[in-house]
Design a protein around this ligand. Structure first.
Ligand code: GCU
Length: 608
């Protein structure tokens, strides 16, 4: 009887609705970019470990010490003494690599390496002396195993969201040895799985910082404008003095709110929007200096205040109908050999083409959370953002552990970006084939978003049914979405002629806003004057003209994010003349050369 009870308890635990508070990571250090920190970017050494000997030995036994890359030892000094001990690695004398950045772009031997590599960075620090010390990784793709001075300090799964590890105990005065095992392997239970249409990009792909805080500090702080015109938010303290603390929130020079933390270290505040508060919008992206203060700690942020809502088949920004003039974007800098090293300069170059080249006001940051740098630039430049986690194509829909990963990834994204006015849409999936278990999975994701952030809209890039006569959405998930979105490729994939595309009729709900989340065609930049063959710039430009003509016939269309701003690396695309490992649907080449279609879209948006 006991066994049966234990079984049902296990089932209930596995399928119990995962509550938002369960998904909050132990530490967030929201707004860490504004804190004093030691940036550990730069030259790290690395040691390949394709057979994962640094983690486990044969038969899954504990790794042999001579292969444990994370050990806090000076291998050369040990060898100089002679004796029986020997090692089969040495991170002190390893080759170097630039962090942040994916290893695939760093060395020919790593171009298609997919597996485990160990990285090391030595750095000097002071003893914490009553403060607390944390390592914050902005992103490691895909799994991270983190050791400081030979001690494991934490692990993380997920290639696109930040994580924070406390190292107060492991940090020492003087020289410290940080070793990070990075495993880029994806499998049927990862998110995304091993099936994607973008490059491997394994590595420490965003900055790593050492951050010290007071013993009691502000771990998370949120502020936003509600539809009723009030400003609300919360501050969460961590530490021995977190309870019953006076907290203040200054909104530029416009006003200050005060509150007191409860026993859980959480304080909520709610005040009427100060007079003179300017709403944030793409045309006027006003940001205010926000200062969250508590005895001993201050956290600063720059925040825009706006409202976003759906009313019938309209999307309303600050109460006015909005039309999203956008484009999709992968996180990949301009250049012939991108390393997904999205510096502010690299990101600004891409977003500038959208805002000023295309007359755009919107960007779909696909298919995963992009760097915080990019989202903050969207705030500053005035670009609205669609944000998504890589629940893409196929995922192990029936696996509760996989669902929990997706919900945790959503939470990590929302906690990082919920102060960003630019973000208006959380998407719960991309082109996932309809099935009961897939719809249950996405519905749980939609419920999770609603719980974590009721202020923003929910969407998903759905598959569309083309029957020659017309296009329709046949997907039960629509009932969980505020904004419908579809990826449509008639005229590129399939047999529709471009003339037929322009005449396609869309049968979509009249009472819901619709976005064309993707449409696109490949073109090799410079391949011109060869009739209207596919892969010519002329074909891509005409494809855009006809698809935009089709778009004009969709009465509930409220925006679009064509696929895609820039050619991007993908091992799926190997035509030796036109592709060579690049998906050529960009309207810019990988080096930023404008194709003819760029002008077609820019003119269309210019007249919107
Ligand atoms: C799909 C998918 C993209 C992919 C694109 C393509 O819609 O969402 O990730 O790159 O099609 O086929 O180029």
């Amino acid at each position: 009887m006991k066994t049966l009870a234990a079984f049902w308890i296990l089932v209930a635990t596995l399928f119990a609705p995962v509550l938002a508070q369960d998904l909050r990571p132990p530490f967030l250090l929201t707004g860490a970019l504004s804190r004093d920190s030691q940036d550990l970017s730069g030259q790290w050494t690395y040691s390949k470990d394709l057979y994962r000997t640094g983690l486990t030995d044969i038969n899954g036994w504990v790794a042999k010490s001579r292969m444990q890359r994370y050990r806090d030892i000076d291998v050369a000094a040990s060898e100089a003494k002679g004796g029986a001990d020997f090692f089969e690695f040495d991170l002190d004398r390893g080759p170097t690599i630039n962090v942040p950045g994916a290893w695939n772009a760093a060395a020919a031997e790593l171009r298609y390496y997919d597996g485990l590599i160990w990285f090391q960075r030595k750095f000097r620090a002071e003893a914490p002396a009553g403060k607390r010390a944390f390592l914050r990784f902005e992103a490691v793709n895909y799994r991270a195993y983190v050791y400081l001075n030979g001690k494991e300090v934490g692990r993380h799964e997920g290639g696109f969201t930040p994580f924070v590890l406390e190292v107060t105990e492991a940090l020492r005065a003087g020289e410290n040895r940080l070793v990070v095992g990075v495993d880029s392997t994806h499998d049927a239970q990862s998110i995304p799985t091993f099936i994607t249409d973008w490059d491997l990009y394994g590595g420490i792909t965003r900055p790593v910082r050492l951050i010290t805080t007071p013993a009691t500090f502000i771990d998370d702080a949120h502020i936003g404008l509600r539809p009723d015109g009030r400003i609300t938010g919360e501050v969460r303290l961590q530490g021995p003095q977190a309870a019953n603390q006076a907290v203040s929130v200054a909104i530029g020079a416009l006003g200050t709110a005060r509150a007191v933390t409860g026993a859980d270290g959480r304080a909520v505040f709610d005040l009427a929007a100060p007079k003179g508060l300017e709403r944030w919008s793409p045309d006027k992206p006003t940001l205010y200096d926000i200062r969250f203060s508590v005895a001993g700690d201050t956290l600063r942020d720059r925040v825009g205040f706006r409202t976003i809502a759906v009313k019938g088949n309209q999307i309303l920004l600050n109460g006015k109908p909005l039309w999203l003039r956008g484009i999709s974007l992968h996180e990949e800098e301009f250049g012939p050999n991108p390393a997904r090293n999205m510096s502010e300069q690299a990101s600004r170059a891409l977003l500038h083409e959208i805002k000023h080249g295309l007359n755009g006001n919107y960007v779909r940051l696909s298919h995963y959370p992009h760097s915080e740098t990019t989202v903050r630039l969207a705030d500053e430049m005035g670009l609205l953002v669609w944000s998504e986690i890589p629940v893409y194509w196929t995922v192990d829909w029936d696996n509760p552990a996989v669902l929990r990963k997706a919900l945790a990834m959503q939470a990590e994204t929302i906690y990082r970006d919920r102060n960003r006015a630019a973000v208006i849409l959380w998407s719960v999936g991309n082109e996932t084939p309809v099935s009961p278990s897939r719809t249950r999975f996405h519905s749980a994701m939609a419920d999770n978003v609603r719980q974590l952030d009721p202020s923003r809209l929910i969407s998903a890039a759905l598959l569309v049914k083309h029957d020659g006569e017309g296009s329709s959405i046949q997907d039960p998930l629509v009932d969980k979405l505020d904004v419908l979105a579809v990826n449509t490729y008639a005229g590129w994939y399939g047999s529709d002629t471009l003339d037929a595309v322009a005449k396609l009729k869309w049968k979509v709900p009249a009472d819901r806003p619709l976005i064309l989340s993707e449409f696109g065609a490949d073109a090799l930049a410079g391949y011109r004057n060869d009739g209207m063959k596919k892969f010519t710039e002329e074909y891509q430009a005409e494809y855009y003209r006809k698809t935009l003509a089709m778009a004009e016939n969709i009465p509930t269309l409220r925006g679009m994010s064509p696929w895609i701003l820039k050619d991007f690396r993908s091992p799926r695309r190997e035509h030796p003349v036109f592709q060579n490992g690049w998906n050529r649907k960009g309207i810019l080449s990988e080096t930023g050369m404008r194709k003819q279609a760029f002008g077609v879209l820019a003119d269309y948006y210019g007249n919107k």
